[in-house]
Structures are given as structure tokens and as C-alpha cells.
Design a protein around this ligand. Sequence first.
Ligand code: ATP
Length: 336
Amino acid sequence: TRILGIEGTAWAASAAVYDSTTDDVAIESDAYEPESGGIHPREAAEHMHEAIPRVVEAALEHARETHDGPTTEPPVDAVAFSQGPGLGPCLRIVGTAARALSQTLEVPLVGVNHMVAHLEIGRHTSGFDSPVCLNASGANAHLLAYRNGRYRVLGETMDTGVGNAIDKFTRHVGWSHPGGPKVEAAAEDGEYVDLPYVVKGMDFSFSGIMSAAKQRYDDGTPVEDICFSLQENIFGMLTEVAERALSLTGSDELVLGGGVGQNARLREMLAAMCDQRGASFHAPAARFLGDNAGMIAVLGAKMYDAGDTLELAESRVNPNYRPDQVAVTWRGRSER
Ligand code: ATP
């Protein structure tokens, strides 16, 4: 199976071609970088408008070059796109592009949930059977585990996503977007100062810690110390709930997903926790962690193989599409 994947929920205009025979994933991405502040939905949509045709053309070019069937055949078997969650104006551009491509190439359309894609790429690259997944992305943070035909949300942020929380602090400090890598670099020289730590059951909250971090900065605490402590507390919270989820489900496999998953300290904490309980830990390669169309194409192929394609009338995008709304069609019958 060969699938064209298109991603554009927020900042990454991305297209990819996945070939399930060779397991090769070719990704073309073009990132939107705000000149100041965080992601502006209108500017992000303008970026999608401009960049999506370009990355799609590059991905299709690759598909044509590597296609060994007759040239009259379409270079891919289906077009998969991120249907949500994400910024409405961005999603609509991606949805329109995907519908148009599916019609011109005369191949089916596959609607992929972006959060489930962040999770499934880790399951795919690890080969784990039924892992707990920690999605640590910009606009989201949640723990998912599969049960009875759906990914269940075991725990999640009660306010902002984890990356967005970190980016709000760096915006306050005057650092450019995205802030996560800058906090990671600054934390190297920091020492611990007290900041809030909020976990309730398997849910967690970042708003208190962010306000306290900004306040500390205004009060003159060295920024390196705040960055170090932010990482310790935020990632400590995520590690605590991930451990609770492993314990509750009895799973001994954890996968990490989302852009914040590129952070070495977060990976170190999760790996140490898993090691202590005899569980396996997997974090996908960096190119599959931040938003990328590779994960959309890989899950799109699994859905396509399961016959899970969309009629045009059902192909509307959904900015609030939750992972537990997805009826999982692509996992073995015995698992359901
Ligand atoms: P979502 O996938 O939830 O829709 P998104 O599209 O904003 O959200 P991603 O592409 O998964 O998210 O991740 C982007 C986030 O990752 C940004 O907030 C960025 O600051 C953060 N990030 C990137 N690298 C690092 C790092 N090394 N440490 C911490 N955070 C990081």
C-alpha cells in the first residue's frame, strides 16, 4: 500500500508518502515560524495556503519516481489527511486540498485523527503490541490506552497543552517561538527552585506552574533556574501519571508521542521510570515526534487496509476531534 499523507493542524505544512511494502516514509515539511509571539491562527492558515501545494507536489513527485506500476496508475492508493484536532482555518485548507487530490487522482480519502497518529507512529516504530501512550505535544497532553475498540483517555491536562504551557513562559521572557528547545538548553545550567506541582489522579494542570514561573522571572530568579525547575516539575508530573497508567492497565510498554517528546530530560525520566518497573520504553525518531505528515500516512495506510475510507460527505474537519471518538478499525480482531 502507498499512501499520500497531508498534515496541517497548526504550524507544520507537511506531506509524506508511505510505502508499507518497504516501510519507507518520505516527508516534505515547511514550518510556519511566527515573527513575534506564538502561533497566530490566521497567519498559520496563510502559511498552509501557500505551503501545502508545494509540499504535496514534492511528495507526489517522489511517489511518481518510486512507483513501479504503469504510468496510467495513480502513484498512491489513497490520500490521508489530518481531520482534527487543530486550528479550524488550517484544517479547512488541508481538508480542501485532500478532497481535491482524492478526486483528481481518483483514489479514496482517509480521515486521520492527529492525536491518534501521534500515538500510532510510536506503536508502529516500536513494534509494541498494546502500549500506554503519553502524548506530549504543543496543544495537548494526555495518556491513552486501547480498550474495546477505542483509545481511552486515561488522563489529560486540565488546562493548556504541555508545549503551549512552556511556550507561554518563553514568550513572557521574550524568547522566540518555539520555546521548548530554548528551555531545554537553558535548563542545563540551572538549579532547582520551588514551583507548583499539580497532579489529580491521572489528570494534571500547568496553569499554576506557568503563572508562578512568570512571577519568579519578574522577581529576578535566574531564568536558568526557572527553566530547570519547570522541566523537573512538568516532566515529573507527566512521568508520575504515565507510571500510574502503566500500573492501572497492567501494560509493560510505554510509547512517547508529540513535539515535546524531543526533550532529552523528559525521555530520561520516562526511561528511568520504565526501567525501575521492568517496562519497555520507546520514543520515535525526532522526525516523527513534532507534527509531520509521516505519521498521518502511516496510520492512513493501516486505515486504508482496514477499508476505513471516507465518503466526501463525511470528510468535514473537526477542530475538537478527540482521540476517543475514533472507532479503531485497524487493530486485529482478537484485540478488540
Ligand atoms: P498538537 O500536536 O497537540 O496539535 P502542536 O502541533 O503545537 O500540537 P507538536 O508539533 O507536537 O505540537 O509540538 C510542538 C511543541 O513542542 C512546541 O510547543 C515546542 O515548544 C515543543 N518542543 C519542541 N522541542 C522541544 C524540546 N526539546 N523540549 C520541550 N519542548 C519542545
